[in-house]
Ligand binder design. Structure first.
Ligand SMILES: [Zn+2]
Length: 451
């Protein structure tokens, strides 16, 4: 036993020494799962094991630690303040982007990379003007000022920007695309065969940028462009334009939305979706192992998610998000059609696996039928809104029930102040062992990458 302990300590020492003597990272990947707390990550890995999907790649990186996420104004941060902390190493108030609480701009990692003559890319599954991508590309005292954020992004020197869309409160997407093209940016809208001109800045949006967000991974049944396509396109572009080195931020945004909606199956599928982008980054790492640094973390936890049982595999029976279930319920009543309980039951069977694969208790059936009656017989309002979505109460209840029987529970529809995981691999990874707060991460990136 003693010998085994010695051997393990020795192996750990050799592994860590090897990373600290590693070369300065040229290629830095900063990957953020929005709202992806430790329970979300652990539950996903447990689920993967249960359904035969193997291991969650980043959970096995050589450096795994934890960081605090509080903002300058609250123990519970929003994505603007935490994005700013991750991009600049400085705390600010909730709602503020790339600026200190007194509105003074602070330099981000993207800007530091550009100042060194390297490339910078910002990739997200959300709209470019949302908090996380904005924190890595612009400076604005209010995250709500999307007109200013979009204009600053067009006028920034970020080489490659990819996201679902770009919009402003008072400026249309079409107008912003026109302005970006005028500025010399090549704008693509979901083209699969896309070939940017070398040296030109690129904005890569989804097939239909008029729709503000990409669908949840579970609902992307027709293979629309997704985070992994954006990631692959960004790596191709950055490596062919910036052999000297580049900084790339990649955000999987929808773990946050799934947490706000307390949708356990969507949460797991969004963590899985992020891991597919990590796979693509790992392919790049395998070609340039000495010069690549990969950081995976989160801006904050969403939903007070916790694991109370081990039947997570039951979530496999849910084959669409809470939003998709809401849409399907609405579709049942299209053109004023009369909706029967048996039609609703069939839908819950098909989309949630209820009765066939998920036993539904007598009490639960009572709750579901009462909600059905309220919505479709009494025509009472059955809407329930969270931060980003408005769902039908029947869908909210169905998702809550599968959550309770599987054991992956959400106790809040907001962000929490719980620390999040930090997973690091590659050149100088061991330097991140001492990170304790989210502001330590960019400070360490700047130090080890020489920004
Ligand atoms: Zn959120």
């Amino acid at each position: 036993m003693k010998n085994l302990k010695f051997l393990l300590t020795f192996v750990l020492f050799v592994a860590l020494s090897a990373t600290s003597f590693a070369r300065t990272p040229k290629y830095v990947f900063f990957i953020i799962g929005d709202g992806m707390g430790i329970s979300q990550v652990y539950a996903t890995e447990y689920y993967m094991g249960q359904v035969g999907l193997g291991e969650l790649n980043f959970k096995h990186f050589p450096v795994v630690t934890m960081v605090t996420t509080h903002s300058a104004s609250s123990l519970v941060t929003d994505s603007a303040a935490s994005g700013t902390a991750l991009a600049t190493g400085r705390k600010t108030k909730n709602g503020m982007l790339g600026v200190l609480p007194d509105s003074t701009a602070v330099v981000s990692l993207s800007e530091k990379a550009k100042a060194k003559g390297l490339g910078a890319a910002v990739v997200t599954s959300d709209a470019l003007v949302q908090a996380t991508p904005a924190a890595f590309s612009i400076h604005c005292p209010s995250r709500k000022n999307t007109d200013d954020i979009a204009l600053q992004q067009i006028n920034s020197n970020i080489d490659f920007m990819a996201g679902s869309t770009i919009y402003g409160k008072n400026t249309s997407t079409a107008e912003l695309i026109r302005m970006a093209r005028e500025k010399g940016i090549e704008v693509f809208c979901g083209e699969k065969a896309y070939s940017p001109v070398k040296g030109k800045r690129v904005m890569y949006l989804s097939e239909n940028p008029e729709e503000a967000v990409l669908p949840y991974t579970m609902d992307n049944k027709d293979g629309k462009r997704s985070l992994k396509d954006f990631t692959a396109a960004a790596i191709d572009y950055m490596y062919s334009n910036y052999r000297k080195g580049f900084f790339m931020m990649i955000e999987g945004a929808h773990t946050d939305g799934a947490g706000h909606s307390k949708d356990a199956a969507s949460t797991i599928n969004e963590v899985l979706n992020l891991s597919r982008s990590v796979d693509i980054v790992l392919d790049f790492y395998n070609k340039h192992p000495e010069e690549t640094l990969i950081i995976v973390t989160s801006d904050h936890e969403t939903g007070a998610c916790t694991i109370r049982g081990s039947k997570l595999n039951l979530l496999e029976n849910q084959n669409g998000s809470i939003t998709a279930l809401t849409d399907s319920l609405t579709l049942l009543a299209a053109d004023g059609k009369e909706v029967t309980w048996s039609a609703v039951k069939n839908l819950l069977r098909k989309q949630m696996g209820f009765w066939d694969d998920i036993p539904v208790s007598k009490e639960e059936e009572k709750v579901l039928t009462a909600l059905y009656k309220e919505a479709f017989l009494d025509f009472e309002s059955d809407k329930e809104a969270d931060l980003y979505h408005t769902n039908r109460k029947l869908a909210v209840e169905a998702v809550r029930y599968i959550e309770s029987v599987s054991g992956l529970n959400f106790y809040s529809s907001s962000h929490t102040g719980t620390p999040v995981g930090l997973y690091v691999k590659g050149a100088k990874a061991s330097e991140f062992m001492s990170c304790r707060d989210n502001t330590d991460i960019p400070a360490t990136v700047s130090r080890v990458a020489g920004y």
